[in-house]
Design a protein around this ligand. Structure first.
Ligand code: RB5
Length: 149
């Protein structure tokens, strides 16, 4: 069965979000769009919160977030201890983000790459698998530790 995907962007990622939605739906994924719904300016942390809350309630789903650089969305979504958000900017790095880090949210820079390049990063991630090796599981477990200061 194809994975459920929750996708969100700010205004700077709106066009890539539409492009990804069409592609992923055609590929048979169930895509849940949490906005934004236009090019009107909005605040990326509000969208990152929606995707993070979706993953909190549906931990087997994959999240996609897009802003202009991918930096703001990465900062916002990685505030949550159950999120492993990875900004994808290179094919090898995108594969490793799944094989080693088992990212559950992938982030894209809508204004830094052409849609086709971002699609290549997306497919590199989707076609990879978590290695399931003990050393990577141990490191990932440490990522979810709540910090008090
Ligand atoms: C919006 O102009 C831009 O700042 C935002 O999309 C993102 O790149 C922030 O990190």
């Amino acid at each position: 069965m194809k994975q459920n995907i929750v996708i969100g962007s700010d205004h700077a990622g709106f066009d890539l979000k539409d492009f990804f939605k069409t592609y992923l739906s055609n590929e048979g994924f169930n895509v849940n769009d949490v906005g934004t719904n236009s090019h009107a300016s909005c605040d990326y942390p509000d969208i990152a919160d929606k995707v993070a809350e979706h993953i909190r309630n549906n931990p087997d789903d994959l999240g996609i977030l897009i802003c202009g650089t991918g930096v703001g969305m990465s900062m916002a979504v990685n505030r949550y201890p159950f999120i492993r958000g990875a900004l994808l900017y290179n094919i090898d790095e995108a594969k490793l983000a799944r094989q080693h880090n088992n990212a559950n949210v992938i982030v894209f820079a809508g204004r830094m790459f052409e849609n086709k390049e971002n699609l290549d990063f997306l497919n590199a991630f989707l076609s990879a698998e978590f290695s399931n090796e003990e050393r990577h599981k141990q490191r990932i477990k440490k990522l979810s530790k709540q910090l008090t200061k």
